[in-house]
Design a protein around this ligand. Structure first.
Ligand code: PGA
Length: 256
């Protein structure tokens, strides 16, 4: 894991955006795994301003609420089109987001996995982290080898996401999420976390034991993970000085 701590979320996001921009320039037909929520908003804003060519890019989103039609303002379909896709030249048929209205959910999930494989696998996966350590909607105690499937949202997640819906009661109970095994097969993972509210989850994920109680901790077992943090999200890390010194002494060949 490479832990990149910047003073602000904007600064951390800008570094992450450079990595994605470079991938898209070097591999125009790249396959991206994308995330929703407050965290990647700055990233998507930044990528839009970079005027990249998305025509041949394929995307797979991590998750979607079950029961919300794509047109629902809080569906992740709406989120992605509003905050990224409508502003870039992506080809609509290359966009994949789990179908919250799928009639046969296990069949849909198996097809989603097959589509990822058929696209050649995910080159780069963007991840946020829940306050209890989820990645995608893989809540604590999720199997660390799980595949795309239905999950029941944790009580904490429904509380956290109530801010988007107006009340906790309106937050769906279920979702379709890529599994942890699916995420672990991405060639590269970029995890972003901002604000003190994420500090505990990040400390556990980065420096704690690998445990399904903090699903993001499994990323310690992945060969290529970069974690982008602002000062707040990094505030509980014990090895902060080391992470800063890695960044400050980065050899030129390793620059993004
Ligand atoms: P947030 O959610 O970006 O809205 O904090 C992150 C997540 O749940 O993965």
């Amino acid at each position: 894991m490479e832990i990149i701590i910047q003073r602000t979320a904007e600064a951390a996001t800008n570094v992450a955006a450079q990595i994605i921009a470079r991938l898209l320039r070097e591999k125009p037909e790249a396959v991206l795994g994308l995330a929703t929520g407050s965290t990647p908003l700055l990233l998507y804003r930044k990528l839009i301003t970079m005027k990249l060519d998305w025509r041949k890019v394929t995307t797979f989103n991590l998750d979607e609420y079950i029961g919300l039609p794509p047109t629902h303002p809080q569906s992740y379909h709406s989120f992605m089109w509003k905050n990224l896709f409508q502003h870039v030249n992506i080809t609509k048929k290359n966009v994949h987001i789990p179908d919250g209205l799928a009639k046969d959910i296990p069949k849909f999930c198996a097809r989603y996995e097959k589509q990822i494989r058929a696209a050649g696998g995910i080159d780069l996966q963007v991840l946020g982290i829940g306050t209890e350590g989820h990645i995608g909607f893989n809540e604590p105690t999720s199997s660390l080898v799980s595949r795309t499937r239905i999950k029941t949202l944790a009580l904490q997640t429904r509380k956290d996401n109530a801010r988007f819906f107006g009340s906790e009661q309106q937050v769906p109970h279920h979702c379709i999420t890529m599994g942890i095994g699916t995420i672990m097969e991405a060639r590269q993972n970029l995890l972003l976390a901002f604000g003190k509210g994420k500090a505990h989850a990040i400390a556990e994920a980065v420096e704690g034991p690998v445990s399904s109680l903090n699903p993001a901790s499994v990323l310690q077992m992945h060969s290529t993970v970069k974690v982008f943090l602002d000062a707040g999200a990094a505030s509980l890390l014990k090895q902060k000085d080391y992470y800063h010194s890695v960044w400050d002494n980065k050899p030129a060949w390793q620059q993004f």
